[in-house]
Design a binder for this molecule. Structure first.
Ligand SMILES: Cc1ncc(COP(=O)(O)O)c(C=O)c1O
Length: 358
Protein backbone atom coordinates (compact mmCIF):
# COMPACT_ATOMS: atom_id res chain seq x y z
CA UNK A 1 0.00 0.00 0.00
CA UNK A 2 1.70 3.25 -1.14
CA UNK A 3 1.60 6.51 0.79
CA UNK A 4 -1.99 7.68 0.26
CA UNK A 5 -1.13 11.10 -1.17
CA UNK A 6 -1.99 11.34 -4.87
CA UNK A 7 -2.42 14.15 -7.41
CA UNK A 8 -5.16 13.22 -9.85
CA UNK A 9 -5.25 14.97 -13.22
CA UNK A 10 -8.66 15.08 -14.86
CA UNK A 11 -8.07 15.02 -18.61
CA UNK A 12 -11.77 15.44 -19.37
CA UNK A 13 -11.87 18.62 -17.32
CA UNK A 14 -8.92 20.02 -19.29
CA UNK A 15 -10.68 19.15 -22.54
CA UNK A 16 -13.86 20.80 -21.28
CA UNK A 17 -12.03 23.97 -20.24
CA UNK A 18 -10.35 24.24 -23.64
CA UNK A 19 -13.74 23.96 -25.36
CA UNK A 20 -15.06 26.65 -23.01
CA UNK A 21 -12.18 28.97 -23.90
CA UNK A 22 -13.05 28.56 -27.57
CA UNK A 23 -16.68 29.48 -27.01
CA UNK A 24 -15.59 32.65 -25.21
CA UNK A 25 -13.52 33.84 -28.17
CA UNK A 26 -15.35 32.51 -31.22
CA UNK A 27 -13.18 32.40 -34.31
CA UNK A 28 -9.88 32.79 -32.47
CA UNK A 29 -7.34 30.00 -32.63
CA UNK A 30 -5.91 28.72 -29.37
CA UNK A 31 -2.37 28.40 -28.15
CA UNK A 32 -2.85 26.17 -25.11
CA UNK A 33 -0.13 27.17 -22.66
CA UNK A 34 1.62 24.05 -21.36
CA UNK A 35 4.79 25.41 -19.79
CA UNK A 36 5.86 24.18 -16.36
CA UNK A 37 4.74 20.62 -17.12
CA UNK A 38 1.30 21.90 -18.11
CA UNK A 39 1.05 23.95 -14.91
CA UNK A 40 1.89 20.81 -12.96
CA UNK A 41 -0.71 18.60 -14.65
CA UNK A 42 1.73 16.53 -16.72
CA UNK A 43 2.77 17.28 -20.30
CA UNK A 44 1.62 13.86 -21.51
CA UNK A 45 -1.83 14.60 -20.11
CA UNK A 46 -1.87 17.99 -21.83
CA UNK A 47 -0.86 16.33 -25.10
CA UNK A 48 -4.03 14.22 -24.87
CA UNK A 49 -6.37 16.81 -23.43
CA UNK A 50 -5.41 19.57 -25.83
CA UNK A 51 -5.28 17.53 -29.02
CA UNK A 52 -7.79 19.97 -30.54
CA UNK A 53 -5.80 23.09 -29.63
CA UNK A 54 -4.31 24.87 -32.65
CA UNK A 55 -0.90 25.06 -31.04
CA UNK A 56 0.88 24.53 -27.75
CA UNK A 57 2.96 27.21 -26.08
CA UNK A 58 5.78 26.65 -23.61
CA UNK A 59 9.29 27.75 -22.64
CA UNK A 60 11.29 24.55 -22.11
CA UNK A 61 13.19 23.21 -25.13
CA UNK A 62 13.44 19.60 -23.89
CA UNK A 63 9.68 19.54 -23.30
CA UNK A 64 9.00 20.87 -26.80
CA UNK A 65 11.13 18.04 -28.18
CA UNK A 66 9.14 15.61 -26.04
CA UNK A 67 5.90 16.92 -27.56
CA UNK A 68 7.26 16.35 -31.06
CA UNK A 69 8.35 12.85 -30.06
CA UNK A 70 4.88 12.15 -28.68
CA UNK A 71 3.57 13.06 -32.12
CA UNK A 72 2.44 16.69 -31.82
CA UNK A 73 2.51 18.00 -35.39
CA UNK A 74 0.79 21.35 -34.98
CA UNK A 75 2.65 24.57 -34.11
CA UNK A 76 4.73 24.91 -30.95
CA UNK A 77 5.46 28.40 -29.69
CA UNK A 78 8.51 28.93 -27.48
CA UNK A 79 7.48 31.87 -25.32
CA UNK A 80 10.98 32.96 -24.33
CA UNK A 81 12.59 32.09 -27.66
CA UNK A 82 16.18 30.86 -27.90
CA UNK A 83 18.55 31.40 -25.00
CA UNK A 84 21.68 30.91 -27.13
CA UNK A 85 22.72 30.66 -30.78
CA UNK A 86 23.36 26.92 -30.36
CA UNK A 87 19.65 26.35 -29.96
CA UNK A 88 18.65 27.77 -33.34
CA UNK A 89 19.50 24.50 -34.99
CA UNK A 90 17.18 22.57 -32.62
CA UNK A 91 14.41 25.07 -33.26
CA UNK A 92 14.79 24.38 -36.96
CA UNK A 93 14.99 20.61 -36.60
CA UNK A 94 11.79 20.46 -34.54
CA UNK A 95 10.05 23.37 -36.25
CA UNK A 96 9.65 25.37 -33.06
CA UNK A 97 8.39 28.92 -33.37
CA UNK A 98 10.42 31.29 -31.20
CA UNK A 99 9.11 34.43 -29.60
CA UNK A 100 11.72 37.05 -30.46
CA UNK A 101 11.79 39.61 -27.71
CA UNK A 102 15.26 41.19 -27.72
CA UNK A 103 18.12 42.36 -29.93
CA UNK A 104 20.35 39.44 -28.97
CA UNK A 105 17.82 37.01 -30.42
CA UNK A 106 17.56 39.11 -33.57
CA UNK A 107 21.33 38.79 -33.95
CA UNK A 108 21.11 35.01 -33.46
CA UNK A 109 18.63 34.73 -36.30
CA UNK A 110 20.68 37.09 -38.45
CA UNK A 111 23.60 34.66 -38.27
CA UNK A 112 21.47 31.55 -38.85
CA UNK A 113 20.96 29.69 -42.08
CA UNK A 114 19.02 26.60 -42.98
CA UNK A 115 15.37 25.68 -42.51
CA UNK A 116 13.07 28.69 -42.24
CA UNK A 117 11.25 29.47 -38.99
CA UNK A 118 8.00 31.19 -38.22
CA UNK A 119 8.66 33.75 -35.47
CA UNK A 120 6.60 35.80 -33.04
CA UNK A 121 7.70 39.38 -32.54
CA UNK A 122 6.97 40.39 -28.98
CA UNK A 123 5.95 43.95 -28.19
CA UNK A 124 6.46 45.41 -24.73
CA UNK A 125 3.21 47.32 -24.40
CA UNK A 126 3.64 48.10 -20.71
CA UNK A 127 4.30 44.85 -18.87
CA UNK A 128 8.03 45.67 -19.00
CA UNK A 129 9.09 42.07 -18.81
CA UNK A 130 9.87 40.80 -22.32
CA UNK A 131 9.53 42.50 -25.67
CA UNK A 132 10.71 45.35 -27.86
CA UNK A 133 9.87 48.85 -26.72
CA UNK A 134 7.29 50.53 -28.97
CA UNK A 135 9.97 52.69 -30.58
CA UNK A 136 11.98 49.60 -31.60
CA UNK A 137 9.18 47.51 -33.04
CA UNK A 138 9.14 48.72 -36.65
CA UNK A 139 12.89 48.27 -36.99
CA UNK A 140 12.83 44.82 -35.41
CA UNK A 141 10.09 43.84 -37.82
CA UNK A 142 12.07 45.15 -40.79
CA UNK A 143 15.13 43.19 -39.70
CA UNK A 144 13.09 40.00 -39.39
CA UNK A 145 11.44 40.59 -42.77
CA UNK A 146 14.85 40.76 -44.40
CA UNK A 147 16.14 37.49 -42.93
CA UNK A 148 16.09 34.45 -45.24
CA UNK A 149 15.70 32.18 -42.20
CA UNK A 150 12.40 33.83 -41.25
CA UNK A 151 9.43 32.42 -43.13
CA UNK A 152 6.70 34.36 -41.36
CA UNK A 153 6.12 36.83 -38.53
CA UNK A 154 3.28 37.07 -36.03
CA UNK A 155 2.88 39.71 -33.36
CA UNK A 156 2.18 39.26 -29.68
CA UNK A 157 1.97 41.17 -26.46
CA UNK A 158 1.00 40.23 -22.91
CA UNK A 159 -1.45 41.96 -20.57
CA UNK A 160 -0.45 42.83 -17.02
CA UNK A 161 -3.88 43.46 -15.52
CA UNK A 162 -6.67 41.94 -17.57
CA UNK A 163 -8.29 40.71 -14.34
CA UNK A 164 -8.11 44.02 -12.50
CA UNK A 165 -10.39 46.83 -13.72
CA UNK A 166 -8.92 49.34 -11.27
CA UNK A 167 -5.31 49.00 -12.43
CA UNK A 168 -3.93 52.07 -14.12
CA UNK A 169 -2.25 50.00 -16.83
CA UNK A 170 -5.41 48.62 -18.39
CA UNK A 171 -5.47 46.15 -21.31
CA UNK A 172 -7.02 48.96 -23.33
CA UNK A 173 -3.98 51.18 -22.71
CA UNK A 174 -1.65 48.33 -23.61
CA UNK A 175 -3.67 47.57 -26.71
CA UNK A 176 -3.53 51.20 -27.82
CA UNK A 177 0.25 51.24 -27.49
CA UNK A 178 0.47 47.94 -29.30
CA UNK A 179 -1.77 49.14 -32.15
CA UNK A 180 0.09 52.43 -32.49
CA UNK A 181 3.56 50.94 -32.68
CA UNK A 182 2.63 48.09 -35.03
CA UNK A 183 0.78 50.32 -37.49
CA UNK A 184 1.34 49.21 -41.06
CA UNK A 185 2.53 45.70 -40.10
CA UNK A 186 0.27 43.00 -41.44
CA UNK A 187 0.51 39.96 -39.19
CA UNK A 188 -1.56 37.63 -37.08
CA UNK A 189 -2.01 38.82 -33.50
CA UNK A 190 -1.82 36.80 -30.32
CA UNK A 191 -3.01 38.71 -27.26
CA UNK A 192 -5.33 37.28 -24.65
CA UNK A 193 -4.27 35.26 -21.62
CA UNK A 194 -6.94 33.59 -19.43
CA UNK A 195 -7.94 36.82 -17.73
CA UNK A 196 -8.50 38.57 -21.04
CA UNK A 197 -10.37 35.56 -22.48
CA UNK A 198 -12.69 35.46 -19.46
CA UNK A 199 -13.11 39.16 -18.76
CA UNK A 200 -12.16 41.19 -21.83
CA UNK A 201 -14.22 39.62 -24.60
CA UNK A 202 -14.17 42.91 -26.52
CA UNK A 203 -10.47 42.31 -27.26
CA UNK A 204 -10.32 40.51 -30.57
CA UNK A 205 -7.27 38.70 -31.88
CA UNK A 206 -6.34 35.84 -34.19
CA UNK A 207 -4.89 33.68 -31.42
CA UNK A 208 -5.56 33.53 -27.70
CA UNK A 209 -3.04 32.16 -25.16
CA UNK A 210 -4.96 30.75 -22.20
CA UNK A 211 -3.09 28.93 -19.47
CA UNK A 212 -4.55 28.70 -15.99
CA UNK A 213 -8.20 28.58 -17.09
CA UNK A 214 -7.49 25.36 -19.01
CA UNK A 215 -6.56 23.75 -15.71
CA UNK A 216 -9.65 25.03 -13.94
CA UNK A 217 -7.94 27.82 -12.05
CA UNK A 218 -8.92 31.45 -11.99
CA UNK A 219 -6.64 34.27 -13.09
CA UNK A 220 -8.32 36.40 -10.40
CA UNK A 221 -11.37 38.66 -10.17
CA UNK A 222 -13.92 35.82 -9.74
CA UNK A 223 -13.92 32.13 -8.94
CA UNK A 224 -13.11 29.57 -11.61
CA UNK A 225 -16.46 27.94 -10.84
CA UNK A 226 -18.33 31.16 -11.66
CA UNK A 227 -16.76 31.07 -15.12
CA UNK A 228 -17.94 27.47 -15.53
CA UNK A 229 -14.42 26.02 -15.39
CA UNK A 230 -13.79 22.54 -14.03
CA UNK A 231 -10.88 21.77 -11.70
CA UNK A 232 -8.30 19.61 -13.44
CA UNK A 233 -6.24 18.63 -10.41
CA UNK A 234 -7.33 17.00 -7.17
CA UNK A 235 -4.75 16.55 -4.44
CA UNK A 236 -6.03 13.77 -2.26
CA UNK A 237 -4.75 11.92 0.78
CA UNK A 238 -5.91 10.18 3.95
CA UNK A 239 -5.80 10.58 7.70
CA UNK A 240 -2.92 8.54 9.04
CA UNK A 241 -3.46 9.36 12.71
CA UNK A 242 -6.15 10.77 15.01
CA UNK A 243 -5.33 12.58 18.27
CA UNK A 244 -7.53 13.66 21.16
CA UNK A 245 -6.63 17.10 22.55
CA UNK A 246 -7.51 18.53 25.93
CA UNK A 247 -7.91 22.28 26.55
CA UNK A 248 -4.42 23.82 26.55
CA UNK A 249 -2.86 21.12 24.34
CA UNK A 250 -1.02 22.44 21.33
CA UNK A 251 -0.40 21.03 17.86
CA UNK A 252 2.80 20.53 15.90
CA UNK A 253 6.01 22.56 15.51
CA UNK A 254 6.06 25.88 17.26
CA UNK A 255 2.83 24.98 19.08
CA UNK A 256 1.14 27.75 17.11
CA UNK A 257 -2.35 26.29 17.65
CA UNK A 258 -3.62 25.60 21.16
CA UNK A 259 -6.96 23.92 21.85
CA UNK A 260 -9.39 25.89 24.01
CA UNK A 261 -11.68 22.88 24.38
CA UNK A 262 -11.43 19.11 24.11
CA UNK A 263 -11.28 18.24 20.42
CA UNK A 264 -10.24 15.56 17.96
CA UNK A 265 -7.69 16.31 15.31
CA UNK A 266 -6.51 14.30 12.32
CA UNK A 267 -3.04 14.00 10.81
CA UNK A 268 -2.94 14.04 7.00
CA UNK A 269 -0.19 12.48 4.89
CA UNK A 270 0.75 15.67 3.02
CA UNK A 271 3.26 18.36 3.88
CA UNK A 272 5.38 21.08 2.40
CA UNK A 273 7.76 18.56 0.82
CA UNK A 274 4.77 17.53 -1.29
CA UNK A 275 4.08 21.08 -2.44
CA UNK A 276 1.44 21.99 0.12
CA UNK A 277 2.22 25.57 1.17
CA UNK A 278 3.95 25.80 4.54
CA UNK A 279 2.57 29.31 4.97
CA UNK A 280 -1.03 27.96 4.99
CA UNK A 281 -2.32 29.17 8.32
CA UNK A 282 -4.78 27.72 10.81
CA UNK A 283 -8.14 28.05 9.08
CA UNK A 284 -7.04 27.05 5.57
CA UNK A 285 -9.95 25.01 4.16
CA UNK A 286 -9.64 21.26 3.66
CA UNK A 287 -12.18 18.42 3.20
CA UNK A 288 -12.29 15.30 5.37
CA UNK A 289 -14.85 12.67 4.34
CA UNK A 290 -16.41 15.40 2.20
CA UNK A 291 -16.86 17.74 5.18
CA UNK A 292 -15.23 21.14 4.98
CA UNK A 293 -12.95 21.77 7.93
CA UNK A 294 -9.67 23.60 8.61
CA UNK A 295 -5.95 23.10 8.81
CA UNK A 296 -4.56 23.57 12.32
CA UNK A 297 -1.10 24.79 13.32
CA UNK A 298 2.03 24.62 11.21
CA UNK A 299 2.31 22.46 8.12
CA UNK A 300 5.30 20.13 8.53
CA UNK A 301 7.41 18.42 5.87
CA UNK A 302 5.30 15.30 5.43
CA UNK A 303 2.14 15.97 7.42
CA UNK A 304 -0.41 18.52 8.41
CA UNK A 305 -3.13 18.61 11.07
CA UNK A 306 -6.85 19.16 10.66
CA UNK A 307 -9.75 19.93 12.94
CA UNK A 308 -12.14 16.97 13.26
CA UNK A 309 -14.58 18.69 15.65
CA UNK A 310 -17.36 18.58 13.06
CA UNK A 311 -16.26 15.47 11.17
CA UNK A 312 -17.81 12.91 13.45
CA UNK A 313 -17.14 9.83 11.35
CA UNK A 314 -13.47 10.65 10.66
CA UNK A 315 -10.96 7.90 11.42
CA UNK A 316 -7.61 6.65 10.22
CA UNK A 317 -8.00 6.07 6.48
CA UNK A 318 -10.65 8.77 5.97
CA UNK A 319 -10.35 10.53 2.63
CA UNK A 320 -8.91 14.05 2.61
CA UNK A 321 -9.12 16.51 -0.29
CA UNK A 322 -6.45 19.18 -0.07
CA UNK A 323 -7.75 20.89 -3.23
CA UNK A 324 -9.70 19.98 -6.34
CA UNK A 325 -13.00 18.08 -6.20
CA UNK A 326 -15.29 20.14 -3.96
CA UNK A 327 -12.56 22.55 -2.84
CA UNK A 328 -11.26 25.12 -5.34
CA UNK A 329 -7.48 25.35 -5.42
CA UNK A 330 -7.79 29.14 -5.46
CA UNK A 331 -9.47 29.13 -2.03
CA UNK A 332 -6.60 27.17 -0.55
CA UNK A 333 -4.14 29.46 -2.32
CA UNK A 334 -5.84 32.60 -1.01
CA UNK A 335 -5.71 31.26 2.55
CA UNK A 336 -2.00 30.63 2.07
CA UNK A 337 -1.35 34.08 0.60
CA UNK A 338 -0.64 32.84 -2.91
CA UNK A 339 -2.40 31.98 -6.17
CA UNK A 340 -3.67 28.71 -7.59
CA UNK A 341 -1.01 28.84 -10.31
CA UNK A 342 1.76 28.42 -7.74
CA UNK A 343 0.13 25.49 -5.97
CA UNK A 344 -0.52 23.62 -9.24
CA UNK A 345 3.04 24.06 -10.38
CA UNK A 346 4.58 23.15 -7.04
CA UNK A 347 3.27 19.61 -6.51
CA UNK A 348 6.49 17.73 -5.74
CA UNK A 349 7.95 14.89 -7.79
CA UNK A 350 7.51 12.45 -4.90
CA UNK A 351 3.71 12.77 -5.10
CA UNK A 352 2.12 9.82 -6.86
CA UNK A 353 0.23 10.74 -10.03
CA UNK A 354 -2.98 9.36 -11.47
CA UNK A 355 -5.17 10.46 -14.33
CA UNK A 356 -8.90 10.38 -14.73
CA UNK A 357 -10.79 10.49 -18.00
CA UNK A 358 -14.47 9.85 -18.57
C1 LIG B 1 3.28 35.31 -22.54
C2 LIG B 1 2.24 34.53 -21.82
N1 LIG B 1 1.10 34.24 -22.45
C3 LIG B 1 0.11 33.55 -21.86
C4 LIG B 1 0.24 33.10 -20.57
C5 LIG B 1 -0.90 32.35 -19.91
O1 LIG B 1 -1.37 33.09 -18.83
P1 LIG B 1 -2.58 32.55 -17.94
O2 LIG B 1 -2.11 31.30 -17.31
O3 LIG B 1 -2.82 33.64 -16.94
O4 LIG B 1 -3.71 32.34 -18.87
C6 LIG B 1 1.42 33.38 -19.86
C7 LIG B 1 1.57 32.93 -18.47
O5 LIG B 1 2.42 33.25 -17.73
C8 LIG B 1 2.44 34.11 -20.51
O6 LIG B 1 3.59 34.40 -19.87
Amino acid sequence: MPRPLVAITDISAMRFNLALARTMMPGARVWAVVKADAYGHGLGNAFKAFEHADGLSLVELNRAIMLRELGWQKPLMMMEGMFSFDEVDTFQRYQLQPVIHNQVQLDMLQHASGAPLHVHLKVNSGMNRLGFAPAEVQQANQRLQAMPVVSGISLLTHFANAENPSASLTPQRQLQRFTDCTEGITAELSLSNSAAVLLQSQIKCDWIRPGVMLYGGTPGAATAQSFGLKPAMTLQSELISVQQLQPGDSVGYGSVFTADKAMRIGIVACGYADGYPRHALTGTPILVNGVRTRVLGRVSMDMLSVDLSEVFDAEIGSKVILWGDGLPIDEVAAAAGTIGYELMCAVAPRVRRETRED
